[in-house]
Design a protein around this ligand. Structure first.
Ligand code: FMN
Length: 322
């Protein structure tokens, strides 16, 4: 169990915000397999301000998709305030402020991980979010900008003082991006230095690595990111592993194939057939990761323009594995 402000979450495993991935169908599939709290894709305050249609679509949810977190990418205070006003019509439970995104066009400005270089601005924007939102606000950071500038302990303490209700911490620097060693010791240090929950991120890709994260850092919870791609079972499997110390059997081929079809159908209902099939292409590659001789089918999936085309490729995958 995890408590963030007045929100109780019935698990210590959280589905991370994943740009381009954590849309409603992906969240629903993850929830079906034990995910108890999920984030939407990252919402740019500026895109919200300009009522970008794709951004508004990212905020669509339903009754099966709760409790839900939204993550916002900051901007100058006037834009941020306006976007927060617009956000109020959407139902969600926690608002996370992103100071972790390493993508160049974001972090080269005072946005995402760029804010790690300017803690005063980070806290200024975070405070605007806290003052203009009714739900608990959390902060996502990295260990620092680079290995010479590790400042997560300082920023976490400032954020707690400003009223943040939890810290999400990716144990890598902005310069590391998504590769290289995760720094467990910085997560442990942050955990010791604040009273609000610390939720750890970085290489939480299987039950054993997730247990290692808990053991080495003492974190209150973890976010699962790459580990959930094409693997929604990671939530239920990890819950069992953490409770019993035994790894349950991996899902059977039939279960994987049926989940792929279900996921594709959810995407069709959410985006329509053409876009649904296009969005599923990357999921095809992730779901089929452990299948053998799958290269030509993957290539075929990239050319599937309709749901029917994609279903045919999924059927071929099933036959291939028999
Ligand atoms: C495709 C992809 C999209 C991501 N999008 C976001 C995002 O929008 N916001 C965010 O805070 N982190 C984002 N992340 C980072 C993850 O939440 C996580 O911190 C990072 O991948 C490290 O965890 P992992 O090693 O377990 O994958 C993204 C990661 C990936 C792979």
């Amino acid at each position: 169990m995890l408590k963030i402000g007045n929100i109780t979450i019935n698990s210590r495993l959280i589905l991370a915000p994943l740009a381009g991935v954590s849309n409603l169908p992906f969240r629903l599939i993850s929830r079906k397999h034990g995910c108890k709290f999920a984030f939407t894709e990252m919402i740019s305050a500026r895109a919200m301000y300009y009522k970008n249609r794709n951004t508004l679509k990212m905020l669509e949810s339903n009754r099966d998709d709760t409790p839900l977190g939204v993550q916002i990418l900051g901007d100058e205070p006037a834009i941020l305030k306006d976007s927060l006003k617009m956000l109020k019509i959407f139902p969600f439970d926690i608002l996370d402020f992103n100071a972790a995104c390493p993508v160049g066009k974001v972090s080269s400005k005072d946005k995402g991980a760029g804010l790690l270089k300017n803690p005063a601005k980070l806290i200024e924007q975070l405070s605007v979010v806290i003052e203009n939102t009714d739900v608990p606000v959390t902060l996502k950071i990295r260990s620092g900008w680079d290995e010479g500038n590790i400042n997560a302990v300082y920023i976490a303490a400032q954020a707690e003082k400003a009223g943040a209700k939890a810290i999400f911490l990716h144990g890598r620097t902005k310069v590391q991006g998504y590769a290289g060693k995760v720094d467990y010791s910085i997560i442990k240090e942050v955990k010791k230095s604040v009273r609000i929950p610390v939720i750890a991120s970085g290489d939480n890709v299987n039950p054993q690595m997730i247990k290692k994260m808990f053991d080495e850092t003492g974190c209150d919870a973890v976010t699962i990111a790459r580990g959930a791609l094409g693997n929604p079972w990671i939530f239920e499997v990890t819950e069992k592993y953490l409770k019993k110390g035994v790894l349950p059997a991996p899902p059977e081929v039939t279960e994987i194939i049926n989940t792929m079809k279900e996921h594709l159908n959810l995407l069709k209902n959410f985006y329509g057939g053409k876009k649904g099939a296009a969005v599923f292409r990357k999921f095809f590659a992730w779901y089929s990761r452990n299948f053998k001789k799958v290269k030509s089918l993957r290539e075929k999936s990239l050319k599937a323009n309709t749901v029917e085309d994609m279903l045919a490729v999924i059927e071929e995958l099933k036959v291939l594995s028999q």
